[in-house]
Design a protein around this ligand. Structure first.
Ligand code: 13P
Length: 256
């Protein structure tokens, strides 16, 4: 059975005190209704990683960073290394989110370097892939996804892939309220498994955890989770509300 994951990407929201407040509320809800079938991972901003990891020491919720730099250390003003992230207690890192690709011009080569560095440092990675509306309308969704996965996995050995999760996040569904339908998401997840089988072999397509992201809400979560190739969600907006996020986790408990 593949590992199921419900992840929350906080993006650039929550000061330290707000972050602690949110995580305490989430923790209380999860103590009442624990996530037994899925691993919950939250991705707060860098500034809250240490305090949140501390707060969650006895909890099953895991913590991750939203980005990292591609070099081990050095004169790179403003950047954050894998070792720094690990020292906060975080175990995960998000790489290649479409907002990083769009606003910070992160290209495939850079994303691949970041993945390698994260895995070398024993951080688990969620690699985000997805097409823009323009590319979907040109029927190029599968081409772009294939390209992003090919680049992401370049130079990785199958053994590394046990610490890698792929999240399919169609750019047109992020923050727009327009979720991909369960069928649209399922089609791409199935395609991702075909790509993994072709690129890696060893039944990797069936082994890897694949998440869907893009306007996941309590109302649409169960429909997505009931698809055979969708192993969970990477939630944006709805994870900033402990009630909505825990309802999404509960949808997983009922559906997985
Ligand atoms: P929304 O859930 O706000 O659409 O964001 C999805 C996302 O970008 C998660 O990484």
């Amino acid at each position: 059975m593949r590992r199921k994951i419900i992840a929350g990407n906080w993006k650039m929201y929550k000061t330290n005190s707000e972050a602690l407040n949110l995580v305490k509320k989430l923790n209380i809800r999860l103590k009442k209704k624990p996530a037994k079938k899925s691993q919950v991972v939250i991705f707060p901003p860098f500034t809250a990683l240490s305090s949140i990891s501390q707060e969650l020491k006895k909890s099953k919720i895991q913590v991750g960073a939203q980005n990292l730099f591609w070099e081990t250390e050095g004169a790179y003003t403003g950047e954050i290394s894998a070792a720094m992230i690990k020292s906060t207690g975080a175990k995960w890192v998000l790489i290649g989110h479409s907002e990083r690709r769009q606003y910070f011009k992160e290209e495939e080569k850079v994303i691949n370097r970041k993945i390698k560095l994260a895995l070398q440092n024993k951080l688990k990675v969620i690699l985000c892939v997805g097409e823009t509306l323009e590319l979907r309308q040109q029927n190029l969704t599968k081409d772009i996804i294939l390209n992003q996965v090919e680049w992401g996995l370049k130079g990785l050995k199958p053994v590394h892939l046990q610490d890698l999760v792929i999240a399919y996040e169609p750019v047109w569904a992020i923050g727009t309220g327009k979720t991909a339908t369960p069928n649209q998401a399922q089609e791409i997840h199935n395609f991702l498994r075909e790509i993994l089988d072709a690129l890696v072999g060893g039944d990797m397509g069936q082994k890897m955890t694949l998440l869907y992201g893009g306007s996941v809400k309590p109302e649409n979560a169960a429909g997505l989770f009931s698809q055979p190739d969708i192993d969970g969600a990477l939630v944006g907006g709805a994870c900033l509300d402990p009630v909505s996020f825990s309802k999404i986790i509960e949808a997983g408990e009922k559906t997985f």
